[in-house]
Design a protein around this ligand. Structure first.
Ligand code: AMP
Length: 219
């Protein structure tokens, strides 16, 4: 049986998590976020919890094992979507040596968004430290500027959305992912999607590309 495997790749604020969830609903395959796997892992040693909080990658062996365990679950039998994995060339090699088989149908979807747009999206992001509601100065403004619609608390910026931190996150993204994108391209498995459109338009482009590649709805 053909197993359908999708990799979602994109910089911070590209919307790849949202798109992975939409594609998951469309095809019925689970979207597996490596960050979520780590955050939900009950017995994760303290040093890895600290690495996650600092934005550093955890050791490859840890995430490879967590992922392998997740992939033994029955819901992945027909296909699955990976968001946040692989993050470096050794994880890429692991995926092709130990996860993917020659029978699988594989596609890597790069949700492409320019650095300028990433800044615009992240710089405008605000959230309510009291109730957690999220806003955006341009795309989703609160009714009273600077204050939460739900509980009227003063809105703040996430520490990792500050310009100097955004620059660092973008640099890490380009340095680590560009070599992997080149590998997918060489394998003929890469599709580039214009991420600078609204959410339904990006979703439509993804479904069009996947349909062309023979990803059909399971009966
Ligand atoms: P994310 O939710 O994808 O932004 O991931 C949150 C954090 O989890 C990252 O900053 C890393 O510390 C860790 N993480 C997620 N995916 C991986 C991975 N594939 N390899 C190593 N660490 C990861």
């Amino acid at each position: 049986m053909v197993r359908h495997i999708l990799f979602f790749i994109g910089p911070p604020a590209s919307g790849k998590g949202t798109q992975a969830e939409l594609v998951s609903k469309y095809y019925g395959w689970p979207a597996i976020s490596s960050g979520d796997l780590l955050r939900r892992s009950a017995d994760l040693p303290q040093k890895y919890q600290e690495a996650i909080q600092a934005g550093h990658l955890v050791d490859d062996g840890v995430i490879n094992d967590l992922l392998q365990r997740r992939l033994t679950q029955a819901d992945t039998k027909l296909g699955f979507i990976l968001d946040g994995y692989p993050r470096n060339s050794s994880q890429f090699a692991y995926a092709y040596n130990y996860i993917i088989t020659p029978q699988d149908r594989v596609c890597a979807l790069e949700i492409r968004v320019s650095d300028e747009e990433v800044y615009r999206r992240l710089e405008g992001r605000r959230f309510c430290p009291h109730c957690g509601a999220g806003y955006h100065l341009i795309y989703k403004p609160s009714k009273r500027e600077g204050f939460c619609d739900v509980c009227s608390s003063k809105l703040v910026r996430r520490p990792d959305d500050k310009p100097e931190v955004i620059a660092e996150r973008l640099k890490i993204y380009h340095d680590t992912m560009e070599p992997l994108l080149a590998l997918w391209q060489k394998r003929g498995e890469l599709e580039v999607i214009n991420g600078e459109q609204d959410i339904p338009a990006v979703h439509q482009d993804i479904i069009a590309v996947l349909t062309r590649r023979g990803y059909v709805l399971p009966h």
